[in-house]
Design a protein around this ligand. Structure first.
Ligand code: SF4
Length: 261
């Protein structure tokens, strides 16, 4: 598939956003999380598909622990059909919802073998037909395994993008569409990772660390929590994609663990 977009400087791409405030936010995210990438360990699309199914209501860290013992033993879809449901349950037992996930993984593997020659399909429409694969999982696979621009909306992306005013809906699908509208296409996949990292490191669900957030000056929710004008002391120009703004705000906060997950 050749729908992958050639790599370009994310800061340069951020400046293509139609809304200068969005451009400024993207530029700061690009600078704050230059190494943001998929945290699920995988070597091919099939492994990523299985890891993403396992990741529902389970941390990426735990999924990686499970897949390190799972993938060497069961490298191909056929291998999941050669063992019983109970055996697979045992292998993924320390992952939440393991019975349901084992059922879905085996059913998905059966479809991959019978319909796709053991390969993972490369379209959203085909992926979401697989048991245990919703739109979010499909977008994760499309963007990370096949390089197709996509924004997978998980709980972090939903929360952070709505707080930042990049989206305005509690509905993941509407949020995905609003993000696709606001963010330049070449940044869709990276923006997904940036928002996840920001949600994990700073914009926590219960107690977002607004006072140390590099996006504070551009964030309606942060301004609401801390008062109008909060974050303006950096002297950074508001609402614009100027590099000086991003640099200045980055210096205010190089948040602890900002580059990790
Ligand atoms: S200012 Fe607060 S609410 Fe806004 S993105 Fe930062 S941590 Fe989240």
């Amino acid at each position: 598939m050749s729908s992958a977009t050639p790599a370009m400087d994310p800061r340069e791409a951020a400046r293509k956003a139609a809304d200068p405030r969005v451009a400024a936010i993207l530029e700061i995210l690009a600078e704050t999380y230059p190494d943001a990438r998929c945290a699920l360990e995988h070597e091919n699309p099939f492994q990523l598909l299985i890891a993403t199914i396992l990741s529902a209501q389970c941390t990426d860290k735990r999924v990686n622990i499970i897949t390190r013992r799972l993938f060497p033993r069961l490298p191909r879809p056929e291998d999941y059909l050669a063992i019983s449901q109970e055996e697979l349950e045992e292998l993924i037992r320390d992952c939440g919802l393991y019975r349901e996930k084992a059922r879905n993984i085996r059913a998905t593997c059966r479809i991959l073998v019978e319909r796709y020659g053991g390969e993972v399909p490369r379209t959203l429409e085909e992926l979401i037909q697989l048991p245990g694969v919703g739109r979010k999982t499909a977008n994760v696979v499309l963007s990370n395994a096949f390089g197709v621009p996509a924004i997978a909306v998980d709980t972090h992306v939903l929360r952070v993008s709505n707080r930042l005013g990049l989206a305005s809906s509690p509905d993941p699908l509407k949020t995905e569409r609003q993000l696709m509208e606001a963010i330049p296409r070449e940044l869709w996949s990276q923006a997904h990772h940036w928002l996840i990292h920001h949600g994990r490191n700073i914009c926590h669900a219960r107690n977002p660390a607004c006072p140390i957030c590099p996006l504070l000056r551009h964030c309606p929710e942060g301004q609401r929590r801390l008062g109008p004008g909060a974050g303006a002391e950096t002297g950074a120009p508001a609402g614009g994609p100027a590099a000086g703004g991003a640099d200045a705000e980055r210096r205010v906060v190089d948040a602890p663990g900002a580059a990790g997950r």
